[in-house]
Design a protein around this ligand. Structure first.
Ligand code: GAL
Ligand code: ZN
Length: 678
């Protein structure tokens, strides 16, 4: 194993922020100050041009790159690097006025006026051409500039357009998928139901406020189409960039709990995964928040199977949540380093300097409206910068996770759309978090992967609520277990196929019934106030939301229901299949059933941490590691805001922050230790 730097063009930690000097063209003293403060803040990177189109092309075909020329030159002179953006996330007014087709049509069928951002039509040939033109000019001008280390394509892709162009493209997408045979589509979508059969592809409309929404296969394919259309938009954007600067990596900034795009697919067309992380710290238990955030760090690392970039975070607060709370002292540094612990090669902020006006003027920034370095937030950024310099040897190191949780957008879309279960709150995210927490709370590294990923490197794989299972996924799961893997599935697994048709002949479908050695017959959805119980090893564990009633067909029963008419029937089973084992949890538990089950399973697999603290760690304490194959870097993090922990290590390690050799570390509230050993 060697290193794989997120940004091979700059094999160090990037520490920087989104930067908008075009807002201060009238006052160059601000530009001077920015460069003085950049160095003082221990920052070495700025992301520029993200929303600069109206400055770069104030009128159609009239280009003016002077602001960008000067900005990049100044950053370079100050010893910094630039991640250069393409401006397609928002367009100039002239473009929207002259070519209304670039504006998005909403679910109500109404075309938007020029406003806001992140709202272009992804199909519009005019928009694609205009974007391609300006991107070509940017790539030709800056693609070989030494200060530029990567491309930031557009900003936070998302949303859907239902204009005529998109509708036609959707019809073409379906024509291709169903070989031009409308009867194939009708069968795959079960359209005889309510007499919704289509006679031709031209009758198909995207699901919306006044159009078809009852055909679930259609809804699912619409979402798939939106992903594919976005991918094709990205490919159009990046073509000139790849042509003129083939050596520069390309990223898009992705998001937390993002619903609209299947990032497993989108990641195909980018080189680096990066994301914007804005956890709601102090809104409840910070340990829970830390675990949820960790899930997304793990997912973005797993997407490209290499270090990622934390593209945005706030050094203090955001301005767009219902309540915009500050981060307590210490938590800013810890939450920045959390990304690094999970495989990030950067800590970047939104934003460098607070804008003076408009909607984000109260959003946290490295430099506030006072314009100085004399703030708590600035000092905290300085501290993170100091740590990153100290830890530079860690950039490019990898995470060698032996556990994985399957997370799948298509599954989530199908599950949420289906009428049944707990109608409006299926809790897919929360269920995935709950299983990821089994590893997080024990300090065991975990990947978040697609059901189609190569699973052979994992000792254990969890498939929470994997309702949609197609042939490829079924083969993948079966092969994994047959080859010696440990698969942990739950209720609802393998219920429907690729177009949301139920599997016939007993579920889990497509042969997984044999893998798990069970037949799932019925599922009982509990009312929110219901509590039931399961018995495992003589102890009772609380159950909520779902109890599936299953029959073992070869599987061994590990836990049973303790209430109601299905008392005594299985709550947890295990089946030996091939060289592996398949566990099946039939119910949603409040935590303790899975805690107990995973304690056993992980012990049996010999999976633990470098901490000399077996089992579940004290509240808020966790550990993660990175490695280059020779050295291991261990991050120990404390998200408890009041407790101090003495943490013993299994072996002597070097404390990289003090340089000392230690056999234990002391972590104050929101404390962090970074350790190294062979
Ligand atoms: C992000 C976005 C930034 C900024 C930030 C504020 O989602 O990419 O441009 O708006 O949120 O938190
Ligand atoms: Zn459109």
């Amino acid at each position: 194993m060697t290193k794989k730097h997120a940004c091979p063009t700059y094999p160090h930690f990037l520490h920087g922020a989104d930067y908008n000097p075009e807002q201060w063209l009238h006052d160059k003293s601000i530009w001077d100050e920015d460069m003085r403060l950049l160095q003082l803040a221990n920052c070495n990177e700025l992301s520029v041009g993200i929303f600069s189109w109206s400055t770069l092309e104030p009128q159609e075909g009239q280009y003016d790159f002077s602001f960008l020329d000067e900005t990049i030159e100044r950053i370079g002179k100050a010893g910094g690097k630039v991640i250069l953006a393409t401006p397609s996330g928002a367009r100039p007014r002239w473009l929207a006025e002259k070519y209304p087709e670039v504006l998005r049509v909403g679910p109500d069928g109404v075309r938007e006026h020029f406003r806001a951002r992140h709202n272009h039509c992804p199909t519009s040939p005019v928009y694609r051409e205009k974007v391609r033109k300006i991107n070509s000019l940017l790539a030709q001008r800056y693609g070989n500039n030494d200060t530029v280390v990567a491309w930031h394509i557009s900003n936070e892709y998302g949303g859907q357009c239902r204009c005529e162009l998109c509708t036609n493209a959707f019809r073409d997408y379906l024509r291709k998928k169903f070989d031009g045979d409308i009867e194939k589509l009708n069968r795959a979508y079960w359209t005889t139901f309510w007499s919704h059969n289509y006679d031709s592809f031209d009758q198909i409309e995207p699901p919306g406020d006044h159009t078809e929404v009852a055909v679930h296969g259609l809804n699912l394919d619409w979402r798939r189409f939106v992903t594919e259309q976005t991918i094709s938009f990205i490919e159009n954007e990046t073509a000139p960039i790849r042509e003129h600067s083939p050596h520069l990596p390309v990223t898009i900034n992705m998001m937390f709990e993002f619903y609209d795009l299947d990032y497993h697919k989108v990641s195909r067309v980018i080189d680096i995964a990066s994301w914007d992380s804005y956890p709601e710290w102090h809104s409840g238990d910070d340990a829970i928040m830390a675990e949820k955030t960790a899930f997304w760090h793990d997912l973005y690392r797993s997407l490209k199977d290499r270090p990622f970039l934390l593209m945005e975070s706030t050094p203090s607060l955001v301005n767009w949540k219902p309540y915009n709370k500050l981060k307590a002292p210490g938590l800013d540094v810890l939450s920045s380093m959390q990304a690094v612990a999970h495989g990030s090669d950067s800590v970047q902020y939104f934003q460098w300097r607070k804008s003076r006006g408009s909607s984000e003027k109260f959003h946290g920034a490295v430099v506030s409206h006072d314009g100085t370095e004399h703030t708590r937030v600035f000092r905290s950024v300085q501290e993170t910068g100091r740590l990153l310099k100290q830890l530079d040897q860690i950039t490019g190191t990898l995470t060698n996770a032996k556990a994985a949780v399957i997370f799948d957008w298509e599954n989530m879309w199908a599950l949420d759309d289906c009428q049944g279960y707990a109608q409006h709150d299926k809790k897919y995210f929360d269920t995935c978090y709950a299983y990821h927490r089994q590893f997080w709370q024990r300090g065991i590294d975990c990947d978040i992967v697609s059901p189609k990923a190569d699973l052979s490197r994992y000792q254990i794989v969890v498939a929470p609520m994997l309702y949609l299972v197609d042939e490829e996924t079924a083969r993948n799961l079966e092969g994994y277990v047959r080859g010696g893997g440990n698969l942990y599935g739950t209720y609802m697994l393998g219920t429907v196929d690729e177009t949301d048709l139920c599997h016939l002949g007993g579920i889990p479908g497509l042969g997984l019934r044999q893998v798990f050695g069970i037949l799932a017959e019925e599922i009982d959805t509990l009312y929110p106030h219901d509590r039931q119980h399961a018995q495992l090893d003589g102890q009772l564990h609380e159950l909520v939301d779902y109890c599936e009633v299953i029959h073992p067909e070869g599987a061994k029963v590990l836990a049973t229901y303790d209430d109601g008419w299905y008392k005594g029937s299985p709550a947890l089973t295990v089946n030996h299949y091939g060289a592996g084992k398949a566990y099946y949890q039939t119910c949603r538990d409040s935590g303790s059933l899975a805690d107990r089950a995973f304690t056993e399973i992980l012990q049996e697999l010999g999976m633990d941490t470098l901490l000399d603290m077996p089992g579940i760690l004290p509240h808020g304490l966790t550990a993660h590691s990175r490695t280059d194959g020779e050295y291991t870097y261990l991050f120990v993090e404390n998200y408890d805001g009041t407790a101090t922990y003495e943490v013993p290590l299994k072996n002597e390690m070097t404390d990289l922050l003090t340089g000392e050799s230690v056999s234990k570390v002391t972590l104050p509230p929101y404390g962090l230790a970074v350790l190294k050993s062979k």
